[in-house]
Design a protein around this ligand. Structure first.
Ligand code: NAP
Ligand code: GLV
Length: 309
Protein backbone atom coordinates (compact mmCIF):
# COMPACT_ATOMS: atom_id res chain seq x y z
CA UNK A 1 0.00 0.00 0.00
CA UNK A 2 1.28 3.46 -0.93
CA UNK A 3 1.41 5.91 1.96
CA UNK A 4 0.74 9.51 0.97
CA UNK A 5 1.26 12.32 3.47
CA UNK A 6 -0.85 15.41 2.80
CA UNK A 7 1.43 18.10 4.22
CA UNK A 8 -0.28 21.31 3.12
CA UNK A 9 -2.33 23.16 5.76
CA UNK A 10 -5.53 22.00 7.46
CA UNK A 11 -7.84 24.21 5.38
CA UNK A 12 -6.36 22.70 2.24
CA UNK A 13 -6.92 19.21 3.68
CA UNK A 14 -10.63 19.92 4.10
CA UNK A 15 -10.78 20.97 0.44
CA UNK A 16 -8.57 18.23 -0.93
CA UNK A 17 -9.35 15.09 1.05
CA UNK A 18 -12.39 13.89 -0.90
CA UNK A 19 -11.18 14.91 -4.42
CA UNK A 20 -7.75 13.39 -3.81
CA UNK A 21 -9.22 10.11 -2.57
CA UNK A 22 -11.47 10.00 -5.64
CA UNK A 23 -8.63 10.80 -8.05
CA UNK A 24 -6.41 8.13 -6.46
CA UNK A 25 -9.24 5.59 -6.64
CA UNK A 26 -9.86 6.53 -10.27
CA UNK A 27 -6.12 6.06 -10.95
CA UNK A 28 -6.40 2.53 -9.52
CA UNK A 29 -4.11 3.16 -6.55
CA UNK A 30 -3.98 1.09 -3.36
CA UNK A 31 -3.22 3.93 -0.96
CA UNK A 32 -3.36 5.32 2.53
CA UNK A 33 -3.83 9.11 2.58
CA UNK A 34 -2.84 10.66 5.92
CA UNK A 35 -2.01 13.99 7.53
CA UNK A 36 0.29 12.52 10.20
CA UNK A 37 2.73 9.67 9.83
CA UNK A 38 5.94 8.09 10.94
CA UNK A 39 8.21 9.83 8.38
CA UNK A 40 10.09 6.66 7.50
CA UNK A 41 6.96 5.03 6.07
CA UNK A 42 5.89 7.86 3.74
CA UNK A 43 6.11 7.23 -0.03
CA UNK A 44 4.87 10.59 -1.34
CA UNK A 45 4.36 14.03 0.17
CA UNK A 46 1.65 16.29 -1.24
CA UNK A 47 3.22 19.61 -0.51
CA UNK A 48 2.63 23.36 -0.31
CA UNK A 49 5.12 26.16 0.35
CA UNK A 50 3.66 26.87 3.80
CA UNK A 51 3.90 23.20 4.82
CA UNK A 52 5.04 22.25 8.30
CA UNK A 53 7.47 19.78 6.68
CA UNK A 54 10.71 21.61 6.04
CA UNK A 55 13.19 18.85 6.86
CA UNK A 56 12.81 15.94 4.45
CA UNK A 57 15.71 13.92 5.91
CA UNK A 58 13.55 11.72 8.20
CA UNK A 59 11.43 10.68 5.17
CA UNK A 60 13.79 7.87 4.33
CA UNK A 61 11.50 5.96 1.89
CA UNK A 62 10.22 9.05 0.10
CA UNK A 63 9.76 8.63 -3.67
CA UNK A 64 8.70 12.17 -4.62
CA UNK A 65 7.40 15.50 -3.35
CA UNK A 66 4.35 16.68 -5.28
CA UNK A 67 3.77 20.40 -4.96
CA UNK A 68 0.26 21.85 -5.08
CA UNK A 69 1.64 25.17 -6.28
CA UNK A 70 3.12 26.07 -9.66
CA UNK A 71 5.84 28.15 -8.02
CA UNK A 72 8.57 26.18 -6.25
CA UNK A 73 10.95 28.95 -5.19
CA UNK A 74 10.45 28.06 -1.52
CA UNK A 75 11.35 24.41 -2.06
CA UNK A 76 14.14 24.31 -4.66
CA UNK A 77 16.79 25.52 -2.21
CA UNK A 78 15.91 22.93 0.46
CA UNK A 79 19.08 20.84 0.78
CA UNK A 80 17.30 18.16 2.81
CA UNK A 81 15.29 17.20 -0.28
CA UNK A 82 16.99 14.60 -2.44
CA UNK A 83 14.04 12.97 -4.27
CA UNK A 84 12.21 14.24 -7.38
CA UNK A 85 10.14 17.40 -6.92
CA UNK A 86 7.13 17.94 -9.19
CA UNK A 87 5.39 21.28 -9.47
CA UNK A 88 1.72 21.83 -10.24
CA UNK A 89 0.59 22.22 -13.81
CA UNK A 90 -3.18 22.21 -13.58
CA UNK A 91 -5.65 22.88 -16.38
CA UNK A 92 -7.94 24.68 -13.93
CA UNK A 93 -5.15 26.98 -12.76
CA UNK A 94 -4.15 27.66 -16.37
CA UNK A 95 -7.71 28.57 -17.34
CA UNK A 96 -7.99 30.87 -14.33
CA UNK A 97 -4.69 32.59 -15.18
CA UNK A 98 -5.77 33.14 -18.78
CA UNK A 99 -9.05 34.70 -17.60
CA UNK A 100 -7.34 36.97 -15.04
CA UNK A 101 -4.70 38.15 -17.52
CA UNK A 102 -7.21 38.75 -20.31
CA UNK A 103 -9.40 40.76 -17.92
CA UNK A 104 -6.53 43.01 -16.86
CA UNK A 105 -5.13 43.38 -20.38
CA UNK A 106 -8.61 44.35 -21.63
CA UNK A 107 -9.00 46.90 -18.85
CA UNK A 108 -5.89 48.72 -20.02
CA UNK A 109 -6.33 48.03 -23.72
CA UNK A 110 -9.85 49.52 -23.79
CA UNK A 111 -9.16 51.98 -20.97
CA UNK A 112 -12.34 50.87 -19.25
CA UNK A 113 -11.48 52.93 -16.14
CA UNK A 114 -12.60 56.01 -18.09
CA UNK A 115 -16.09 54.54 -18.43
CA UNK A 116 -16.28 53.05 -14.95
CA UNK A 117 -15.31 56.38 -13.38
CA UNK A 118 -17.39 58.46 -15.81
CA UNK A 119 -19.60 61.01 -14.07
CA UNK A 120 -23.07 62.23 -15.10
CA UNK A 121 -23.26 64.18 -18.36
CA UNK A 122 -19.68 63.32 -19.30
CA UNK A 123 -20.48 62.43 -22.90
CA UNK A 124 -17.16 62.07 -24.65
CA UNK A 125 -17.22 59.17 -27.09
CA UNK A 126 -13.90 57.65 -28.11
CA UNK A 127 -12.77 54.91 -30.49
CA UNK A 128 -10.30 52.54 -28.85
CA UNK A 129 -7.46 50.89 -30.70
CA UNK A 130 -8.14 47.41 -31.96
CA UNK A 131 -6.24 44.51 -30.41
CA UNK A 132 -4.56 43.92 -33.78
CA UNK A 133 -2.81 47.26 -33.26
CA UNK A 134 -1.78 46.62 -29.64
CA UNK A 135 1.53 44.98 -28.70
CA UNK A 136 1.61 42.77 -25.63
CA UNK A 137 4.72 40.97 -24.40
CA UNK A 138 4.63 37.98 -22.09
CA UNK A 139 7.84 37.21 -20.19
CA UNK A 140 7.72 33.47 -19.43
CA UNK A 141 5.78 31.41 -21.96
CA UNK A 142 5.60 28.10 -20.12
CA UNK A 143 2.43 26.39 -18.91
CA UNK A 144 0.74 29.63 -17.82
CA UNK A 145 2.41 32.33 -19.92
CA UNK A 146 2.17 30.19 -23.05
CA UNK A 147 -1.58 29.77 -22.57
CA UNK A 148 -1.99 33.49 -21.88
CA UNK A 149 0.03 34.39 -24.98
CA UNK A 150 -2.08 32.07 -27.16
CA UNK A 151 -5.34 33.47 -25.75
CA UNK A 152 -4.15 37.03 -26.46
CA UNK A 153 -3.13 36.07 -30.01
CA UNK A 154 -6.57 34.51 -30.51
CA UNK A 155 -8.01 37.96 -29.71
CA UNK A 156 -5.71 39.43 -32.40
CA UNK A 157 -3.20 41.12 -30.09
CA UNK A 158 0.34 41.35 -31.45
CA UNK A 159 2.02 39.04 -28.97
CA UNK A 160 5.70 38.65 -28.23
CA UNK A 161 6.83 35.94 -25.81
CA UNK A 162 10.18 35.54 -24.07
CA UNK A 163 11.62 32.37 -22.57
CA UNK A 164 14.97 30.91 -21.52
CA UNK A 165 15.13 28.36 -24.34
CA UNK A 166 13.99 29.21 -27.87
CA UNK A 167 10.32 28.30 -28.33
CA UNK A 168 8.06 28.09 -31.33
CA UNK A 169 4.41 28.94 -30.76
CA UNK A 170 2.18 29.75 -33.75
CA UNK A 171 1.05 33.39 -33.95
CA UNK A 172 3.53 34.46 -31.22
CA UNK A 173 6.87 36.14 -31.87
CA UNK A 174 9.01 33.94 -29.63
CA UNK A 175 12.27 35.41 -28.33
CA UNK A 176 14.94 34.31 -25.90
CA UNK A 177 18.29 35.56 -24.59
CA UNK A 178 19.26 39.07 -23.55
CA UNK A 179 18.72 40.62 -26.99
CA UNK A 180 15.31 38.92 -27.10
CA UNK A 181 14.44 40.47 -23.74
CA UNK A 182 15.33 43.94 -24.99
CA UNK A 183 13.12 43.46 -28.04
CA UNK A 184 10.26 42.03 -25.97
CA UNK A 185 10.40 45.05 -23.64
CA UNK A 186 10.67 47.62 -26.44
CA UNK A 187 7.57 46.09 -28.04
CA UNK A 188 5.45 45.97 -24.90
CA UNK A 189 2.62 48.46 -24.60
CA UNK A 190 1.36 45.93 -22.08
CA UNK A 191 3.85 43.64 -20.32
CA UNK A 192 2.84 40.47 -18.48
CA UNK A 193 5.27 38.72 -16.14
CA UNK A 194 4.79 34.98 -15.84
CA UNK A 195 8.32 33.95 -15.00
CA UNK A 196 9.21 31.76 -12.04
CA UNK A 197 11.28 33.36 -9.28
CA UNK A 198 14.84 32.04 -9.63
CA UNK A 199 18.29 33.53 -9.03
CA UNK A 200 18.27 34.52 -12.74
CA UNK A 201 14.88 36.22 -12.76
CA UNK A 202 15.02 38.08 -9.44
CA UNK A 203 14.88 41.86 -10.06
CA UNK A 204 14.74 41.17 -13.80
CA UNK A 205 12.55 44.24 -14.25
CA UNK A 206 14.97 46.83 -12.87
CA UNK A 207 15.23 50.54 -13.66
CA UNK A 208 17.25 49.97 -16.83
CA UNK A 209 14.81 47.42 -18.26
CA UNK A 210 11.76 49.44 -17.22
CA UNK A 211 13.22 52.34 -19.21
CA UNK A 212 13.09 50.16 -22.36
CA UNK A 213 9.30 49.94 -22.20
CA UNK A 214 7.42 52.40 -24.41
CA UNK A 215 6.13 55.52 -22.64
CA UNK A 216 2.77 54.85 -21.04
CA UNK A 217 3.30 51.06 -20.91
CA UNK A 218 1.39 48.97 -18.40
CA UNK A 219 3.02 46.24 -16.30
CA UNK A 220 0.90 43.30 -15.15
CA UNK A 221 2.60 40.96 -12.69
CA UNK A 222 0.93 37.69 -11.70
CA UNK A 223 4.36 35.96 -11.58
CA UNK A 224 6.23 36.73 -8.35
CA UNK A 225 6.88 40.02 -6.53
CA UNK A 226 10.69 39.93 -6.57
CA UNK A 227 10.74 39.80 -10.39
CA UNK A 228 10.38 43.60 -10.15
CA UNK A 229 12.50 46.16 -8.36
CA UNK A 230 9.67 47.87 -6.42
CA UNK A 231 11.44 51.21 -5.99
CA UNK A 232 12.33 51.36 -9.70
CA UNK A 233 8.72 50.58 -10.60
CA UNK A 234 7.36 53.36 -8.40
CA UNK A 235 9.95 55.79 -9.80
CA UNK A 236 8.96 54.89 -13.39
CA UNK A 237 5.25 55.38 -12.56
CA UNK A 238 5.91 58.69 -10.78
CA UNK A 239 8.04 59.96 -13.65
CA UNK A 240 5.15 59.32 -16.04
CA UNK A 241 7.17 56.76 -17.99
CA UNK A 242 4.76 53.94 -17.08
CA UNK A 243 0.99 54.25 -17.29
CA UNK A 244 -0.04 51.70 -14.67
CA UNK A 245 1.02 48.57 -12.79
CA UNK A 246 -1.40 45.79 -11.89
CA UNK A 247 0.29 43.64 -9.26
CA UNK A 248 -0.94 40.35 -7.85
CA UNK A 249 2.23 39.15 -6.13
CA UNK A 250 4.62 40.86 -3.73
CA UNK A 251 7.92 40.46 -1.92
CA UNK A 252 6.02 40.24 1.36
CA UNK A 253 2.50 38.76 1.38
CA UNK A 254 0.07 39.92 2.61
CA UNK A 255 1.34 43.25 1.26
CA UNK A 256 2.15 45.33 4.39
CA UNK A 257 -0.49 47.98 5.18
CA UNK A 258 2.03 50.81 4.84
CA UNK A 259 3.41 49.69 1.49
CA UNK A 260 3.27 52.54 -1.09
CA UNK A 261 1.64 50.23 -3.67
CA UNK A 262 -1.64 50.30 -1.69
CA UNK A 263 -2.17 54.03 -2.11
CA UNK A 264 -0.39 54.67 -5.39
CA UNK A 265 -2.89 56.07 -7.92
CA UNK A 266 -1.28 54.15 -10.77
CA UNK A 267 -1.07 50.80 -9.01
CA UNK A 268 -3.79 48.15 -8.76
CA UNK A 269 -3.20 45.57 -6.04
CA UNK A 270 -4.86 42.17 -6.10
CA UNK A 271 -4.19 39.75 -3.20
CA UNK A 272 -2.39 36.89 -4.97
CA UNK A 273 -5.57 35.70 -6.61
CA UNK A 274 -4.59 35.63 -10.28
CA UNK A 275 -5.12 31.89 -10.31
CA UNK A 276 -5.35 29.34 -7.54
CA UNK A 277 -4.76 25.62 -7.99
CA UNK A 278 -8.19 24.07 -8.68
CA UNK A 279 -8.81 21.17 -6.34
CA UNK A 280 -10.42 18.60 -8.66
CA UNK A 281 -8.09 18.99 -11.63
CA UNK A 282 -5.02 19.29 -9.38
CA UNK A 283 -5.99 16.11 -7.52
CA UNK A 284 -6.01 14.28 -10.84
CA UNK A 285 -2.48 15.56 -11.57
CA UNK A 286 -1.25 14.36 -8.15
CA UNK A 287 -2.90 10.97 -8.63
CA UNK A 288 -1.43 10.57 -12.11
CA UNK A 289 2.04 11.31 -10.77
CA UNK A 290 1.63 8.74 -8.00
CA UNK A 291 0.40 6.21 -10.56
CA UNK A 292 3.49 6.93 -12.64
CA UNK A 293 5.80 6.69 -9.62
CA UNK A 294 4.36 3.33 -8.66
CA UNK A 295 4.92 2.01 -12.19
CA UNK A 296 8.47 3.35 -12.34
CA UNK A 297 7.50 5.85 -15.05
CA UNK A 298 8.82 9.39 -15.39
CA UNK A 299 6.98 11.92 -13.21
CA UNK A 300 5.13 14.79 -14.88
CA UNK A 301 6.21 18.42 -14.35
CA UNK A 302 9.54 17.68 -12.72
CA UNK A 303 11.46 20.67 -11.39
CA UNK A 304 15.04 21.19 -12.52
CA UNK A 305 16.39 22.24 -9.16
CA UNK A 306 19.65 23.56 -10.59
CA UNK A 307 17.59 26.01 -12.70
CA UNK A 308 15.18 26.73 -9.86
CA UNK A 309 11.96 25.96 -11.74
P1 NAP B 1 6.70 27.21 -16.33
O1 NAP B 1 5.79 26.34 -17.13
O2 NAP B 1 7.92 26.61 -15.72
O3 NAP B 1 7.14 28.41 -17.30
C1 NAP B 1 8.13 29.31 -16.93
C2 NAP B 1 8.52 30.14 -18.14
O4 NAP B 1 9.52 31.08 -17.72
C3 NAP B 1 9.16 29.29 -19.25
O5 NAP B 1 8.81 29.82 -20.49
C4 NAP B 1 10.65 29.49 -18.98
O6 NAP B 1 11.48 29.33 -20.10
C5 NAP B 1 10.67 30.93 -18.55
N1 NAP B 1 11.90 31.23 -17.82
C6 NAP B 1 12.35 30.70 -16.66
N2 NAP B 1 13.55 31.22 -16.33
C7 NAP B 1 13.84 32.10 -17.32
C8 NAP B 1 14.96 32.94 -17.57
N3 NAP B 1 16.01 32.98 -16.72
N4 NAP B 1 14.95 33.69 -18.67
C9 NAP B 1 13.91 33.63 -19.54
N5 NAP B 1 12.82 32.85 -19.37
C10 NAP B 1 12.80 32.10 -18.26
O7 NAP B 1 5.92 27.94 -15.16
P2 NAP B 1 4.35 28.28 -15.11
O8 NAP B 1 3.60 27.10 -14.67
O9 NAP B 1 3.97 28.94 -16.38
O10 NAP B 1 4.33 29.32 -13.88
C11 NAP B 1 5.04 30.54 -13.93
C12 NAP B 1 4.98 31.22 -12.60
O11 NAP B 1 3.68 31.78 -12.39
C13 NAP B 1 5.16 30.34 -11.37
O12 NAP B 1 6.51 30.03 -11.15
C14 NAP B 1 4.59 31.21 -10.27
O13 NAP B 1 5.59 32.05 -9.78
C15 NAP B 1 3.55 32.06 -11.00
N6 NAP B 1 2.17 31.74 -10.58
C16 NAP B 1 1.40 32.72 -10.03
C17 NAP B 1 0.10 32.47 -9.67
C18 NAP B 1 -0.76 33.55 -9.11
O14 NAP B 1 -1.90 33.27 -8.71
N7 NAP B 1 -0.31 34.76 -9.06
C19 NAP B 1 -0.45 31.20 -9.88
C20 NAP B 1 0.36 30.22 -10.42
C21 NAP B 1 1.67 30.50 -10.79
P3 NAP B 1 11.57 27.91 -20.86
O15 NAP B 1 10.29 27.83 -21.66
O16 NAP B 1 12.75 28.05 -21.71
O17 NAP B 1 11.68 26.87 -19.79
C1 GLV C 1 0.63 30.32 -7.00
O1 GLV C 1 1.11 31.40 -6.91
C2 GLV C 1 1.36 29.15 -7.42
O2 GLV C 1 2.57 29.22 -7.56
O3 GLV C 1 0.70 28.10 -7.63
Amino acid sequence: MTRILFAANSKAWADYEAPLRKALDDAGQDFELVTESDPSSVDYIVYAPNSRVQNFKPYSSLKAVLNLWAGVENVTGNDTLSVPLARMVDDGMTEGMVEWCIAHVMRHHLDTDIDIKRTDHDWQPRVPKLARNRCVSVLGIGALGGAVAKALAALNFQVTGWSRRPRDIPEIVCLSGSDGLIEALRNAEILILLLPLTPETENLLNAERLSLLPKGAVVINPGRGPLIDDAALIAALDAGHLGHATLDVFRIEPLPADHPFWSHPKVTVTPHIASATRVESASRVIAENIRRGERGEQFLHLVDRSRGY
